[in-house]
Design a protein around this ligand. Structure first.
Ligand SMILES: [Fe+2]
Length: 613
């Protein structure tokens, strides 16, 4: 037996992944355990969890892989800062101590941290107790880790690979091919030219948080007009036929400091960046639409170039920009690849999975076989609490519940959904990657005209413009959407089918567009009729499939709303206790913890009685 632990850490969204004899046994992001969104610390808790799935201790591992090369990254930081000194000197000093004391001493640090995962104080203590760490430590290349996470778990024997993100060591995008267990990177685009950083610059400028607000910019785009496209093309970048770009550094400050854009950028777009909580105006919507248009154009050009260069039938995608599902939907529709597969943990968390699989297939040269299915197990790779553990939790906390049989449960939940109740669904293994796919999800009736605003304002406490995503039975996706392909990870956008749409007043602009009902499933129809689709298959998530099937039998509609089980600013829930806390802190109506159903009304009464006594 060969066990490999993959680690990504210290930048954004740390994660761990355990691969045993080539099988992905477990993977999880650190944030879910520490409850710190996008936690970047060494993933001690995630590693401990992954090891527990296989009853292993860290000492028993054969290999530990780190997802990028700290020395190369250091080299890039050093060169960039020297290039821009003295203006970059301040932030250089700020980032230096961390790099000097931790990142350059990575091997020792990893040993010490993994000793903690085993419950040891540190490596010295472990040694004192006569325990040795005998595993071999290997470092992957950042974009190779992304590429490996895109190709190795994909359902294809051979495929073209495209990775796009902000920046790794030097590369910001790469293309390559995968065949059997071989993976070859052919070309790369290098820092400071980066599609991810360009998108992040506009995320920053429109007042959202870099590295997490990019989704909001994508959601805001359909409200705007592409007014600034020419201005961006004329001033900010050169775009070549192969999709590579050259960014005009006069407008950006990410190389020198902690801001993404500078005064010249402000001048070009007539004003400073929007401040966090201030009103979103038409200008931000137009900027969002413009940068989305540019990103789609770049991604389409890149994908067409990869298609021409490699002659492959299939495409695998990873890297943070591959989470731009609107652009992915266009790649699927407009580039002649037969099919595309996108790594669900496309951001840096997925690097942990990539490096572990790269050690197995590239370093150890183990063969790779696909049987036409991907190896991600639906991305349900995280922890699950047993029925007994949940019952114990409910009893210990004196919580009132109804226990259903597995056969009853889908019908019970479907009835709740059909009566416009909002349900927190906590079942099965937690998802790996940023999307909730029916195991840590809040679900509702997609046909309800009030559902989008109820969920946004009373449950998620977030901006009202953001659309919700539909979960649809795979068997019925083409009846309801202009898509007839698998989209199990909610990474493709397609339009609602024309016969399910409704005519609307096209004169409305900006956020007023939100007020109109555009289809028979208004809660998941964006203002441009698009939807970010999750197709649900019986094999990967039987209970979720059964719930939607029961809803279809009841209502004729095989589509429900699915949003992640969390509130704004918090990571997705992990344990039943997290789920219960989120349930009580929002206006959610029901909570389903595996087979146990909790109603908000009875819990409020119980809480009141407790407070009164
Ligand atoms: Fe990355």
């Amino acid at each position: 037996m060969v066990s490999i632990l993959g680690i990504s850490a210290f930048y954004h969204d740390s994660a761990a992944c355990l691969v045993i004899d080539g099988e992905i046994v477990a993977a999880a992001q650190e944030e879910r355990f520490t409850r710190l969104k996008h936690d970047h610390h060494f993933p001690v808790h995630a590693a401990r969890y992954c090891l527990s799935e296989a009853n292993l201790t860290a000492r028993e591992l054969d290999y530990v892989g780190f997802y990028d090369k700290p020395l190369l990254k250091f080299d890039r930081l050093l060169e960039t800062y020297l290039d821009y000194s003295p203006s970059g000197f301040k932030s250089f000093l700020k980032s230096m101590p961390l790099w000097m004391s931790e990142k350059l001493w990575m091997p020792d640090l990893i040993r010490t941290e993994l000793a903690k995962a085993d419950g040891e104080e540190d490596e010295r203590q472990a040694k004192k107790n006569g325990k040795k760490f005998e595993w071999k430590l290997l470092f992957g290349d950042h974009h190779e880790s992304h590429a490996a996470s895109a190709f190795y778990p994909s359902p294809f024997d051979e495929a073209a690979i495209l990775t796009i993100d902000g920046v790794g060591e030097w590369a910001t995008s790469s293309i390559g091919t995968g065949k059997g267990n071989e993976l070859t990177l052919l070309q790369e685009l290098r820092y400071p030219n980066s599609v991810g950083l360009l998108y992040s610059a506009f995320t920053y400028y429109t007042g959202f948080k870099v590295n997490s607000g990019e989704y909001k910019v994508m959601g805001l785009a359909p409200y705007g007009e592409p007014k600034y496209v020419e201005k961006i093309k004329d001033n900010l970048l050169e775009m070549r036929d192969d999709g590579s770009i050259k960014l005009n550094q006069d407008y950006f400050s990410y190389s020198q400091g902690l801001r993404m854009t500078n005064g010249t950028f402000d001048k070009l777009f007539d004003g400073p960046p929007r401040q966090g909580e201030s009103q979103i105006t038409q200008r931000e919507m137009d900027l969002a639409r413009s940068i989305q248009v540019i990103t789609e154009e770049v991604m389409l050009k890149m994908a067409r170039y990869v298609y021409r260069e490699t002659g492959m039938k299939h495409l695998c995608l990873a890297g943070g920009v591959a989470l731009n599902c609107v652009a992915n939907g266009r790649v699927l529709k407009e580039v002649p690849f037969e099919s595309i597969w996108i790594q669900p943990a496309a951001g840096d968390a997925g690097g942990s999975l990539g490096v572990a699989l790269a050690i197995w297939h590239r370093y150890l040269a183990k063969p790779r076989a696909t049987n036409g299915c991907d190896a991600m197990k639906g991305s349900y790779l995280g922890p699950r609490d047993s029925e007994a553990e949940i019952e114990q939790f409910l009893r210990e906390n004196n919580l009132e519940y109804t226990k259903c049989s597995r056969e009853q449960l889908p019908g019970v939940v479907a009835e709740l959904l059909a009566s416009e109740k909002v349900v927190g669904l906590h079942q099965g293994r937690m998802e790996f990657g940023p999307r909730a796919l029916g195991c840590r999800s809040i679900i509702g009736d997609a046909r309800s005209p009030k559902m989008q605003s109820v969920m946004n304002l009373k449950i998620k406490y977030r901006e009202s413009f953001r659309p919700f995503a539909p979960s649809v039975l795979r068997e019925h996706v083409s009846e309801w959407f202009e898509l007839d392909a698998d989209s199990p990870y909610m990474l493709l956008v397609a339009d609602v089918a024309p016969d399910k749409r409704m005519a609307v007043d096209t004169e409305l602009t900006g956020l007023d567009k939100l007020k109109l009902q555009r289809s028979q499933i208004p809660a998941v129809t964006h203002v441009d009729y698009s939807a970010r689709i999750q197709t649900v298959s019986r094999e990967t998530n039987p209970l979720y499939w059964d719930i939607i099937e029961a809803f279809r039998k009841l209502t004729g509609c095989p589509v429900i709303v699915n949003t992640s089980f969390n509130v704004r600013g918090e990571p997705i829930v992990c344990t039943p206790a997290d789920g219960y806390r989120c349930f009580m802190n929002t206006e959610m109506d029901y909570l389903v913890l595996e087979n146990f159903v909790l109603s908000k009304d009875s819990h409020k009464k119980a809480q009141k009685a407790q407070n009164d006594s």
